[in-house]
Design a protein around this ligand. Structure first.
Ligand code: AMP
Ligand code: MG
Length: 358
């Protein structure tokens, strides 16, 4: 049994914390367990799912590597087409428009993501909830008007939220809303799902290794690029300018093999209303922006798990969030509390992912 002790390191950071995942690889020298002669295709940054995505595919043949990279992007794009609530023609937008009136038939993929979402809702005691769309919309509208939503507006939006009001028919693959005005928002889970699908497509295509990064949520598997032994992911040090990034400049460097990592937090995306900052992550029970943690990084086996748990823990806060993570066999967490005296809190097994060098 691993110790349940939580390691705490205090750090003082006197500026706005900007933490992002930076992907890079280094050679470990000499002891490679991976086949020599492998090649990798690197897409560099491409705009997908409203953010930058990057795929690296490793294979024994250049053409296979490139085909796998493209197969990965095709998956990311397919998920975006179906699950974006920004796209009027997406399957999700159609469900949001009609879900109260009729039971809507959906694709296997969308049904699976909704089922998984309900699983995370139950696990997190309702902290994670994809039916939070009405409140998310309220805050988006508030940003445009420059006015904070009223208590009445928040209370009315809360009526339209609740995963238990989502009726999923597994046999018929239909979805129905038990309350009028309910809106599903998959912003907290779809990226993770898409990354897992991309990895699957790359494996099927013959890649012996690879990495998929969508907006800082990352999963990697198998052999890293030529001359390297591990996949390393750097957590950006907020005191270092973006242009000055590189070895020695990271807050933490994690080594990953067949693992995924996702970060949620209010430092990256938030809404400014009337001079006040609101997190884009909503606490469903209060209808307010989550502000217990500044940043949540989850390492897990799959990207959907890391993505959904990172959003869940952002809502739950350090104490309940860590309780959730300690109960998950495969997940570990690195949390950063709100400033000005930031604290980094790690779950009991997080140390094994820390890379000594850098
Ligand atoms: P992430 O960056 O993965 O934490 O996802 C944040 C996004 O998830 C937000 O921009 C919303 O689209 C959506 N969201 C907000 N609050 C919640 C919540 N309590 N549960 C699930 N998704 C949420
Ligand atoms: Mg998430």
């Amino acid at each position: 049994m691993e110790s349940k002790k939580v390691h705490r390191i205090s750090i003082a950071v006197f500026f706005v914390l900007v933490l992002a995942l930076l992907y890079f690889r280094v050679g470990e020298g000499g002891s490679s367990i991976w086949p020599k002669g492998r090649v990798s295709g690197d897409s560099n940054q491409r705009l997908v799912m409203g953010t930058f995505a990057r795929i690296v595919a490793v294979a024994m043949d250049r053409e296979v590597a490139i085909a796998c990279m493209e197969a990965g992007f095709a998956e990311l794009e397919a998920v975006d087409e179906s699950m974006s609530d920004y796209k009027a023609g997406s399957e999700l937008s159609r469900l949001n428009a009609e879900g109260f009136r009729v039971a809507v038939s959906v694709s296997d993929a969308l049904f699976e993501v909704l089922e998984r979402s309900v699983e995370y809702s139950k696990k997190s005691g309702g902290g994670f909830d994809v039916t939070v769309g009405a409140i998310v919309d309220l805050f988006r509208g508030a940003k445009e008007k420059g006015e904070r939503p009223t208590e009445e507006e928040i209370a009315a939006a809360k009526e339209k939220v609740g995963y238990e009001k989502l009726v999923l028919d597994r046999e018929k693959k239909t979805v129905r809303f038990a309350v009028d005005g309910m809106r599903i928002d998959l912003g907290g889970i779809a990226k993770g799902y898409a990354i897992d699908e991309a990895i699957l497509a790359m494996k099927k295509g013959g890649a012996i290794g690879g990495m998929v990064d969508v907006g800082g949520d990352i999963r990697c598997f198998g052999a890293p690029g030529k001359g390297k032994d591990v996949w390393l992911v750097g957590l950006q040090d907020p005191s270092v300018e973006k242009d000055d990034m590189g070895p020695g400049k990271y807050l933490l460097v994690l080594k990953l093999a067949d693992a995924a990592i996702a970060t949620s937090g209010d430092y990256r995306r938030f809404v400014m209303v009337d001079g006040e900052k609101y997190s884009h992550i909503i606490t469903p029970s209060s209808g307010e922006g989550a502000k217990k943690l500044s940043s949540v990084t989850i390492i897990s086996k799959t990207a959907i798990d890391a993505d959904a748990l990172a959003t869940s823990v952002s809502v739950l806060g350090a104490e309940k969030g860590l309780e959730l993570i300690e109960g998950e066999r495969q997940a570990e967490a690195i949390l950063i509390t709100p400033g000005p005296e930031y604290e980094i809190i790690k779950s009991s097994g997080a140390e094994k992912y820390l890379h000594g060098k850098y």
